[in-house]
Design a protein around this ligand. Structure first.
Ligand SMILES: Nc1ncnc2c1ncn2[C@@H]1O[C@H](COS(=O)(=O)NC(=O)[C@@H](N)CO)[C@@H](O)[C@H]1O
Length: 143
């Protein structure tokens, strides 16, 4: 899994077209979204993660929480992003992993948003620009 973490003043997105034949089913209200004062996690779930998705979920949650504590972010946003890797996991696995990350972060008390999966989306983001505002992580299952 590849994660790009951007501590932002805001992120907003708007769903445009389907990028997959069967994207995630979404309500009209999910077609647009915005979160302020937020740590955004752009996530590419990778093929190698299919070996142990649950382990990857736990490791990703740990990494995201670790950075959230450092930048003092209470709002988190999970953004499915297929452009951080050339070895992507299949969509069915990727969606489940992203939903579980969202769920576990909520269980830890964070306000968590997630952008819809399987769509082309317009988005705007405002990076805060401090030394920890742009970080990346590579997360792999134990051998
Ligand atoms: N492994 C993955 N990790 C994260 N997001 C993914 C993954 N696979 C699919 N997606 C989601 O599905 C969308 C399209 O995925 S994609 O791999 O880019 N596929 C396409 O764009 C197809 N139109 C052509 O391959 C992505 O924007 C993202 O929302």
């Amino acid at each position: 899994m590849r994660v790009l973490l951007i501590h932002s003043d805001y992120i907003e997105y708007e769903v445009k077209d389907k990028a997959l034949k069967n994207p995630e089913l979404i309500s009209d209200e999910m077609k647009k979204g915005r979160m302020d004062e937020v740590l955004v996690a752009f996530i590419s779930v990778e093929k190698v993660d299919e070996k142990n998705p649950n382990e990857i979920v736990d490791k990703a949650v740990e990494e995201i929480v670790n950075v959230a504590k450092q930048v003092k972010a209470e709002n988190l946003f999970v953004y499915p992003f297929a452009h951080l890797s050339s070895e992507l996991a299949k969509p069915s696995v990727a969606l489940e992993v992203l939903k579980k990350i969202e769920e576990k972060l909520k269980e830890k008390g964070y306000n968590v948003g997630r952008a819809p999966f399987g769509y082309y989306k317009a988005f705007k983001i405002s990076c805060k620009g401090h030394p920890l505002a742009e970080l990346s992580r590579t997360i792999v299952p134990e051998a």
